[in-house]
Ligand binder design. Structure first.
Ligand code: SAM
Length: 248
């Protein structure tokens, strides 16, 4: 499990969260809840990550405690197992955590033995929250801004993990391809994605991206499997597709 610093753990105890009663499911990107932090009840939409990260402990309260989010563990463990199979020492891998948020994936990998982790996200609030909650985990944390990859030159990443950050208007196919281009050959990638985004008719562009990367020999899927991601606000289990791949 991700380690929680004490101030965050105590603010989690003070927070109260209530989910809407719905007679029909809403899309994952439209989910919301109301939160009481000792002052007043306020509405939070799940895709307003900046707002959620800014209230210490709220992400953990909603996604870990109530909705039983598991993707960070599933994907971190899958990557570590694959590295073991290849006799690649985890502590030597230089891992880029793409869409790192407030650092749960990094913290999970750190707990399993990774020592070179670099976070990337588009939100300053995510970086702030990751540093607040997991100060020991990342050697660096870069914001996606023009020229952002230059900041990573010295880190020389050779492994990428990207959890629950593709699709739904988050990381787009262009950014994913840019990161893949910067990876040395033979590198491993671990990511998960909702299966709908891989459908040939889906407009997100991920189906086209993976099809053309494979055709060009730039991307080789090794293993894919369906796994429990979390519950929705109306109690339905949500599943993602976990993918382990290699840059051949
Ligand atoms: C659902 S959160 C997942 C966070 C983390 N990977 C985890 O599993 O706890 C998705 C994250 O992707 C980030 N994100 C969205 N668009 C992005 C982009 N274009 N570049 C980098 N990160 C992005 C969001 O800011 C958010 O922190």
């Amino acid at each position: 499990m991700s380690s929680l610093a004490t101030p965050v753990a105590s603010s989690i105890r003070q927070l109260r969260v209530a989910f809407p009663q719905q007679s029909f499911p809403v899309g994952q990107d439209a989910e919301w809840c109301v939160v009481y932090d000792g002052g007043e009840w306020r509405e939070f939409r799940f895709h307003d990550y900046a707002q959620i990260y800014s209230l210490p402990g709220l992400y953990e309260k909603i996604f870990m405690e109530h909705l039983k989010s598991r993707s960070h563990m599933v994907m971190a463990e899958a990557l570590v197992r694959e590295l073991q199979l290849r006799n690649r020492p985890l502590e030597e891998c230089r891992i880029l955590d793409l869409g790192a948020g407030n650092g749960h994936v990094g913290a999970q990998l750190y707990e399993l033995g990774a020592r070179h982790l670099w976070g990337v996200d588009v939100l300053p609030e995510a970086r702030f929250a990751a540093r607040r909650q997991h100060p020991q985990v990342y050697s660096g944390y870069t914001l996606v801004e023009p020229g952002w990859l230059r900041e990573l030159q010295d880190f020389r990443f050779d492994t990428v993990i990207c959890v629950a950050a593709l699709g739904f208007g988050d990381i787009d196919p262009n950014l994913f391809e840019t990161v893949l281009e910067a990876l040395p050959t033979g590198s491993l990638l671990a990511f998960n994605i909702k299966e709908q985004f891989l459908n040939a008719l889906d407009p997100s562009g991920f189906n086209h991206l993976f099809t053309h990367l494979q055709a060009q020999g730039k991307f080789k899927p090794l293993r894919q499997w369906k796994h429990f991601h979390r519950y929705s606000t109306w109690g339905e289990p949500l599943h993602y597709l976990g993918v382990l791949a290699e840059k051949p």
